[in-house]
Design a protein around this ligand. Structure first.
Ligand code: FAD
Length: 497
């Protein structure tokens, strides 16, 4: 309630925030979580909570009047459509040189993402989080995160026969014919449920093209895992449709947290404040960075150090499609949950996921999301005149990512006698180099914070989300974000908060 005093406020309900809330509550601490997006627990007039990728409606995008689909075109035609402005689930946040996709709602990115739950190869960990003890991570915190998230892997025997993974088997065949290591990619989707979808005995989700705007079934988002357990403690409350705008030292100790309550059209209906002894920033890499950069620049948190806002990367995301021959159809039915990858990290700096194109028709296309070792890092800064935080990423900074992805796909194209698709991004573009799904950094561990995520200069303030990770995880990031949060909160609680 407005004016209340609480022990802990957690800003954001994604991976970092959910881990913090659960572990603090289990330690006997009352936690209040503040989330700018909706609760996503109530069906719409069609009986469904989430809308489908084939028919994005008001629920799809965060406060936009037109969809901004990652694949903007198909067979050369633009596919974006007008929608009512609404606090929808997926934010396509535009900065100068990049569009950053993020989940909005209770559960954060877990609501919209593909659920690919990948632990980095151990030999790559030193470059991911240089100050963190790898033994502890691989012995304790990665296993804890994988268990807490409900990670599993497709049954290889089922994979070999399932119609919905023909596209992935084509991806495997092409990878192996060019000599690249093929790997199964674990996921938090319930694989037994998917097998029953294929058998026709349950309501389809992955096999009905659901992903990106939420899955009505099958996917274990944070709502089903960490947040369910956190709520069951009785110590965690959540305020959806509340956006934190300020955190500053309070007169009698602790911090004043100011927030705006918004309606589903994005209008501000109330401004409230609470006082918290401790505040965890878990608003995601972009959300946390934007808040901290603004609060430092405007004098609300003057003692934050000069590292705040620095070290932001896109996890080297780049997309592309390849046109297959008629004898390599990828199938009209494609599971929206990817389960296959091509690992050329060591030799070429790229890990490519074989992604679906769930259009319902045969496309003869193979589609890939590559994670690459892109070295470029951007910085958030406060534009006082415009009262806004900006990011200095340049579109041309994706060139290293394209070169790394080409180490895989140029070779496959030569071997198969095939070419890249030019109809997926508009303007005959081959490379989807305008976006990222994996924002990381902006309040880097051991730089903007100490080695546990405690912000320098303001005791009682913590960062516990993707902002801690310096720009790249070599694979999809949420298992690493979760494992790091598990590590940090355990040590923070042990140190007496
Ligand atoms: P988030 O999960 O982003 O949570 C932050 C939360 O804070 C959000 O709910 C946000 O609404 C809220 N918030 C922000 N600002 C404020 C504020 N001022 N006040 C109140 N609340 C606020 N990763 C994988 O590992 N595997 C995948 O398969 C995968 N696929 C993806 C697909 C898509 C389309 C997208 C967008 C992302 C995908 N990701 C994937 C990335 C993954 O979802 C993110 O890395 C992860 O969610 C980040 O976790 P986080 O805890 O840092 O923050």
């Amino acid at each position: 309630a407005d004016g209340a005093r609480v022990p802990v406020v957690v800003i954001g309900t994604g991976y970092g925030g959910s881990v913090a809330a659960l572990r603090l509550a289990q330690a006997g601490v009352d936690v209040h979580m503040i989330e700018m997006g909706m609760a996503w627990d109530t069906p719409g007039s069609d009986g469904k909570i989430f809308c489908n990728t084939t028919a994005p409606d008001y629920r799809s995008y965060w406060l936009r009047t037109k969809t901004k689909q990652p694949l903007s075109n198909f067979l050369g035609f633009p596919i974006d459509r007008n929608i009512p402005r609404y606090t929808g689930i997926l934010d396509a946040e535009e900065f100068g040189g990049i569009t950053v996709y993020q989940g909005r709602g209770v559960g954060g990115g877990s609501l919209v993402n593909g659920g690919m739950a990948v632990t980095p190869r151990r030999e790559n960990f030193g470059a991911v989080l240089p100050s963190v003890n790898a033994d502890e991570m691989y012995d304790v915190y990665y296993p804890r995160a994988n268990a807490g998230l409900g990670v599993g892997t497709v049954d290889p025997a089922w994979f070999d026969t399932a119609a919905c993974y023909q596209y992935a088997r084509v991806g495997r065949k092409h990878a192996q014919r060019s000599g690249f290591p093929f790997v199964f990619v674990p996921d938090v989707y319930d694989w037994d449920y998917m097998a029953r979808e294929a058998a026709g005995s349950v309501t389809k989700s992955a096999l009905a093209g659901e992903i990106l705007y939420g899955n009505n079934h099958g996917k274990k988002s944070l709502q089903q895992t960490y947040l369910a357990r956190a709520k069951a403690t009785g110590r965690v409350s959540i305020s959806p449709l509340h956006r934190v705008t300020s955190v500053s030292p309070a007169g009698g100790g602790g911090y004043t947290v100011v927030m705006e309550q918004i309606d589903t059209g994005g209008g501000v209906t109330a401004t409230k404040s609470v006082t918290a002894d401790r505040v965890f920033f878990a608003a995601g890499s972009v959300g946390t960075s934007k808040l901290l950069v603004k609060l430092k620049a405007t004098g609300a948190l003057p003692n934050l150090n000069a590292e705040v806002g620095k070290g932001w990367g896109d996890n080297g995301n780049v997309m592309c499609g390849r046109a297959n021959h008629m004898w390599d159809p990828t199938g009209p039915l494609q599971s929206s949950i990817p389960c296959a990858g091509i690992d050329n990290w060591a030799a070429g700096g790229a890990f490519a996921e074989v992604a679906p194109l769930p259009t319902g028709i045969e496309t003869y296309a193979s589609f890939y999301l590559s994670i690459t070792r892109n070295p470029n890092r951007a910085r958030f800064s406060w534009n006082a005149a415009a009262s806004r935080v900006e990011l200095d990423w340049q579109t041309s900074w994706k060139q290293p990512s394209i070169a790394m992805a080409k180490t895989i796909f140029d070779k496959i194209n030569v071997k198969e006698g095939t070419i890249y698709r030019t109809d997926l991004f508009g303007g005959y573009k081959i490379w989807g180099d305008h976006l990222t799904y994996h924002p990381l950094g902006g309040a880097v561990l051991n730089k903007a914070t100490d080695d546990l995520g405690r912000l320098h200069g303001h005791p009682g303030l913590y960062v516990i989300d993707g902002a801690l990770i310096p720009g790249n995880t070599s694979v999809n990031p949420f298992v690493t974000i979760t494992a790091l949060a598990e590590r940090n909160i355990e040590k923070i609680i042990a140190a007496g908060l």
